[in-house]
Design a protein around this ligand. Structure first.
Ligand code: T1G
Length: 702
């Protein structure tokens, strides 16, 4: 059955695409488009209108086809056929016309659409560049500077802004139901004024001096360090200024293939699908979520306030409870400051800010939580405190209300046991700052009901979070792996590396921030306090926390106290090495009889990354995480792992598990300790020449 419907209405040939869910340009759709345009070439239509069914105009090439051999017709062929049409072709946009979708629209002679539509070339987010003329046609329409920013940034542009820059010719401020009639009117207008085809490819080649490109490359070096696609995008756009269209299109194609075959693009395409798969809980298909129309939050501190903002910004009324009026006031003031910052940064306007603030009602009375659909506890990270809160919620909240804990480490089953309704209890582990960080670990207790889980996963998307399911263990997925990673970083310090060498090694590899600086950012006192409630065995190797504890005892808590492992500039918060810390590290090495030595960056990376991989493999085989891709999503969105390296588990697969396993055995022989006890799953996969992804695929088939 064709994915394209064609009919002539008032002398206009309407070509309507219908390839759910996002009209991605699959091989079948490209073929059907080509046939529809061939048929329309000789019929009585005076102009052609390209429009889509469903929620959006074409959202791009079909990403799932990139790992398969290309099938004809290629998108450039289809685009060439459209642009060469002797009848005027009008594209009618709604939803998100992205990537190949926008390139399809650029092949048309005129572009109209809904004011609510957005257009963009997000290929760079997949480690790609526009491969169907975007780097050649866009600069001809909007100029080189704008084209470089749009393509290397990958962000969608609202239709009204696109119209201002000449990317769209007409914008309709109306609803989706009116799009077709308005687009037909616009097509009729073009016919009546005998405007004829207007080919973007025939516009004069854009011009820009060589310094435009060299300056832009320098800017890129800062913000997309080590990434291939942004650099090749500049090459492609520069070709548009130096070569005629056909030659420029060939150059673009070569650069596109180079990106598509790159490890970075494979990694980013893996992340694209892993994010979406992580939101699915195996076995929950068809389970009906419970409705959530109101939320209660306990604790108006940094976390509670940030969580309140997530719901208020999604239009869900919040009752924010604190122990007393003063604490409530402090919490509310912090929320107001955060919203004011968001307005200053253009993330929302004053009206939206006021609407969000009005959605948050403060109280000190538990009784005000009696009717809410969901309560999230974000109180002090102490099991007894949390159990008391849950026992009280159990007595207060209506039957069917979901009781969630934002705990980072405590045993969710022990918290649930404080209530008579453990099936209503779930973990919702937000990451600080909760109103900014996308990751949300949804923790499934032993007795969490399926519909409670389904509610949590759906609600996560509604508040703009990236949900990943975790089982119950110390630290769930992310913090459990972070503990291994952080310990290795500390051991490298006491054994001879400096804080700036450890952080430099990881940041030059692509981590957003090095582990030592991360500790200073979060606050060294958090780990210090958490360790007070652990026995020596639970604390682990004292060499991995003795330096941090000594710093806390000297009042050096990290950025918030102006000094931690580094000294911080009060204004810029930029970090500087501190000789006092270097001496403290030497003292601790002596105290623990550690003979210090020099480190290479490669050795630091090997220890920190393989610690993540080995713990991730243990988390997988214990069933704490559903899939290796889920672990990748956690580490990219919660801990700054470079997306263009795919996440810890994808990185291990791309290295080859035999080599990874052998390296971990070597580290075990050199250092011992349970960190380097190879995960049995890793050994098994290494011996059978498998990957984590292959293992997950096999699991899915059962
Ligand atoms: N190809 C294949 N599947 C896609 C897809 C695509 N381009 N976009 C979305 N899907 C699937 C997605 O996996 C999910 O599947 C479902 O659609 C709903 O997506 C030649 C080379 C359009 C803003 O990068 O940004 O064109 O999980 O959950 O939140 O130069 O999807 O339901 O089975 O994200 O409403 C460029 C990628 C491609 C756009 C909608 N285009 N997509 O968001 O739904 S490369 C993109 C998105 C290219 C050309 C180049 C979003 C969305 P499932 P969803 P959503």
């Amino acid at each position: 059955m064709s994915l394209v419907h064609y009919e002539i209405r008032d002398g206009i040939g309407v070509i309507r695409l219908n390839n759910p869910p996002v009209n991605a340009l699959s091989t079948a759709l490209r073929r059907d488009i080509q046939e529809a345009f061939a048929a329309a070439r000789e019929d009585a239509s005076e102009a052609l209108l390209l429009i889509c069914d469903g929620r959006t105009f074409v959202a791009g090439a079909d990403i799932s086809e990139f790992d398969k051999p290309p099938q004809p017709p290629s998108l450039p062929e289809v685009i060439e056929q459209i642009e060469q049409s002797h009848k005027p072709v009008i594209a009618s946009l709604h939803g998100t016309a992205l990537g190949g979708g926008l390139e399809l629209a650029l092949a048309c002679h005129y572009r109209c659409g809904l004011a609510s539509a957005r257009v963009g070339l997000p290929e760079v987010k997949l480690g790609l560049l526009p491969g169907a003329g975007g780097t050649q046609r866009l600069p001809r329409l909007v100029g080189v500077e704008k084209a470089l920013k749009i393509i290397s940034g990958g962000k969608p542009i609202p239709a009204v802004e696109a119209e201002k820059m000449g990317l769209l010719d007409r914008v309709f401020d109306t609803g989706a139901a009116d799009l077709l009639p308005r687009a037909l009117e616009y097509a009729r207008e073009i016919i009546d004024r005998r405007a004829g085809p207007r080919r973007v490819g025939e516009l004069p080649a854009p011009s820009a001096g060589a310094e435009t490109f060299s300056q832009f490359r320098q800017q890129l070096d800062k913000r997309s360090r080590g990434q291939l696609a942004p650099q090749l995008i500049v090459d492609a756009v520069q070709a548009a200024t130096e070569q005629p269209l056909q030659r420029g299109l060939e150059t673009e194609r070569q650069l596109f293939v180079q990106c598509r075959e790159s490890d970075q693009s494979h990694a980013l395409r893996h992340v694209f699908f892993a994010e979406r798969e992580a939101a699915r809980v195996d076995g929950l298909e068809g389970v009906e979520p419970r409705p959530v129309h109101s939320v209660g939050i306990i604790g108006a501190g940094t976390m509670g306030g940030g969580i309140a903002m997530c719901f208020a910004s999604a239009g869900i009324p919040v009752t924010l409870l604190e122990m007393n009026g003063e604490a409530l006031e402090r919490g509310r003031a912090a929320i107001e400051r955060n919203y004011a910052t968001a307005v200053r940064r253009g993330k929302l306007d004053e009206v939206q800010k006021e609407r969000c603030l009005a959605a948050i009602r403060g109280t000190t009375d538990y009784g005000d939580l009696a009717q809410v659909d969901l309560v999230i506890e974000a109180v002090f990270e102490d099991l007894n405190v949390k159990r008391e809160v849950f026992a009280r919620l159990d007595r207060t909240c209506r039957p069917g209300a979901i009781l969630a804990s934002n705990t980072s480490y405590q045993d969710l089953d022990a918290i649930a046991a404080a209530t008579a309704r453990p099936y209503d209890v779930v973990g919702l582990h937000f990451f600080s700052p909760a109103n900014i960080m996308k990751l949300l670990e949804v923790v499934r207790g032993k007795r969490t009901a399926d519909d409670v889980l389904a509610t949590a996963m759906k609600l996560a998307k509604r508040i703009g979070k990236m949900p990943v399911l975790s089982g119950v263990c110390y630290g769930f997925i992310g913090n459990r792996m972070l503990r291994r990673y952080g310990s290795q970083a500390q051991l490298c310090l006491i054994e001879g590396a400096s804080p700036e060498q450890v952080d430099g090694a990881m940041e030059s590899w692509g981590m957003a921030m090095g582990p030592i600086a991360v500790g200073d950012l979060a606050g060294l006192d958090i780990g210090y306090r958490a360790r007070q409630s652990l026995d020596d065995e639970q604390k682990g190797d004292p060499r991995s926390y003795c330096i941090a504890d000594a710093l806390v005892e000297q009042g050096r808590l990290g950025q918030k106290s102006g000094a931690g492992f580094y000294r911080y500039d009060a204004e810029t918060r930029s970090r500087k090495p501190d000789p006092l810390v270097a001496s403290l590290i030497e003292e601790k090495a002596t105290e623990f009889d550690v003979v210090r030595r020099t480190f290479t960056d490669a050795e630091i990376r090997e220890r920190l990354l393989l610690a993540l991989v080995n713990e991730g493999a243990k988390i997988l085989e214990e069933g704490i995480a559903q899939r290796p891709g889920d672990i990748d999503v956690v580490y990219i969105y919660g801990y700054g792992f470079p997306a263009h390296r795919g996440g810890p588990m994808f990185y291990a697969d791309s290295r080859g598990l035999r080599g990874v396993y052998a390296a971990i055995c070597d580290l075990q022989a050199q250092y011992g300790g349970d960190c380097w006890e190879p995960a049995p799953l890793l050994r098994e996969l290494a011996e059978s020449e498998m990957t984590f992804a292959g293992w997950a695929e096999g699991n899915r088939q059962f």
